[in-house]
Write a protein that binds this ligand. Structure first.
Ligand code: ASP
Length: 316
C-alpha cells in the first residue's frame, strides 16, 4: 500500500451556483494545501507532521473558518479550537484561543509537552505564551466578511439559545453564503502510520465559551491503528453521534471497511444537513463523505489518484 491524504475546508449548505469569485480562491487553497501535504508525504515526513503542516496552511488562509478567517462569537470575538491525534492514540486539543496564530500547533504542544490532553481558554493561552508560540492581536483573525456574517446572523437570530431545539438552524450558513468551514486533514504513510488534525473558529454567532466537536476526541477528530478521521458540520450533532470514533469502532468491532463505516455513520447516525468527514485507513483507503449539500475537500494517493471537489461526485 502507498501513502494517502485527504483534507477538508468545511461541510455545509453550499449553493450549487456559488459564484466563481467565492469558489475559485477556495479551490486554489485546497489545491495548494494538498500539494504541500503530498510533497511532505513524498519526503517521508511523519503523518503527524503532514497533517499539522497542512492544517497550519489552511488556518493561515482567510477563506476558511479556522485561524485567520475564524467566524465570530455573539460578542464579536474569536474563540478558536483545534485537535490532533495519531494512531498510537497520542492526542492534544485546545479551545477558547483568541490570539494564537496556529491553534493546531498549540494542540500538538499540549500533546507533546504536557501530561494532559486538552487545555482551554486562559490556561491554554498561558501555555501558548510559555511555549513562545506566535500570537497576533485579535484584529488579525477578524475578517470583514466575518463581521458581516455575524451581523446577518444576529439580525436573523440564527443561533438558537435553546439547545434543546431539534437543530441549530442554519448556523453554518448563517450568512446565507455557507462557504466558510472548519478545516481538517488526515494522512497515512506507507507503514500504516496515521494522523488526524482539525481546526475551527466554530459557529457564527456562537455563545462565548461554546465548545464544538472539533477539539473533542472521538467527535470531530479521532485516530487509532485502523483509521484517522476529521469531521466538519454542526458540532452539537457531531458530538452526540461521536462521529469520528464511531467510524473507527465500526471498523474495529464490526470489521467494516473505511468506506462502509463512514457511510453508515454519515447516513444512519447523523441527521441530514449536519455532517461531513474525511478519513484514511491504515491500508491507504480514503473516504470523503457528507450529508450536507457539499464539502470543500481534496485528496491524493501514492498511486496517482487526486481529486478536488465541493459537491457530490462519484468518489463521495
Ligand atoms: N464543526 C464545527 C463546529 O461546530 C463547525 C464546522 O465544521 O464548520 O464548531
Amino acid at each position: 500500500m502507498g501513502w494517502a491524504i485527504a483534507l477538508h475546508g468545511g461541510a455545509g449548505d453550499i449553493p450549487l451556483d456559488l459564484p466563481p469569485e467565492r469558489r475559485e480562491p477556495r479551490e486554489a487553497a485546497l489545491r495548494q494545501c494538498l500539494d504541500i501535504g503530498v510533497a511532505a508525504l513524498k519526503a517521508k515526513r511523519a503523518p503527524l507532521d503532514v497533517v499539522e503542516l497542512v492544517v497550519r496552511e489552511l488556518e493561515n488562509c482567510p477563506h476558511f473558518n479556522a485561524g485567520r478567517g475564524s467566524v465570530l462569537t455573539s460578542q464579536g470575538t474569536v474563540e478558536m479550537e483545534a485537535c490532533i491525534m495519531d494512531n498510537t492514540k497520542k492526542c492534544g486539543a485546545v479551545s477558547g484561543l483568541t490570539n494564537v496564530m496556529n491553534a493546531i500547533s498549540l494542540a500538538r504542544l499540549v500533546m507533546e509537552k504536557t501530561p494532559h490532553i486538552y487545555l482551554a481558554f486562559e490556561g491554554a493561552e498561558a501555555f501558548a505564551r510559555e511555549q513562545g508560540v506566535e500570537t497576533m492581536d485579535q484584529s488579525h483573525f477578524i475578517t470583514l466578511e466575518n463581521i458581516e456574517r455575524l451581523k446577518q446572523a444576529k439580525e436573523s437570530n440564527r443561533v438558537q439559545v435553546d439547545y434543546t431545539q431539534p437543530i441549530l438552524k442554519e448556523t453554518i450558513v448563517a450568512d446565507g453564503e455557507s462557504q466558510v468551514g472548519t478545516v481538517g486533514c488526515v494522512a497515512v504513510d506507507v507503514h500504516g502510520n496515521l494522523a488526524a488534525a482539525t481546526s475551527t473558529g466554530g459557529l457564527v454567532n456562537k455563545m462565548v465559551g461554546r465548545i464544538g466537536d472539533t477539539p473533542i476526541i472521538g467527535a470531530g477528530t479521532y485516530a487509532n491503528s485502523f483509521c484517522a478521521v476529521s469531521a466538519t458540520g454542526k458540532g452539537e450533532a457531531i458530538i452526540r453521534a461521536t462521529v469520528a470514533r464511531d467510524v473507527a469502532a465500526l471498523m474495529e468491532y464490526k470489521g467494516l471497511s473505511l468506506q462502509e463505516a463512514a457511510a453508515y455513520v454519515v447516513e444512519k447516525c447523523t441527521s441530514k444537513g449536519t455532517t461531513g468527514l474525511v478519513a484514511v485507513s491504515c491500508t491507504g483507503e480514503i473516504t470523503m463523505q457528507f450529508n450536507t449539500t457539499g464539502m470543500f475537500r481534496a485528496c491524493a494517493t501514492e498511486d496517482g489518484h487526486s481529486e478536488i471537489a465541493i459537491w457530490p461526485s462519484l468518489s463521495s
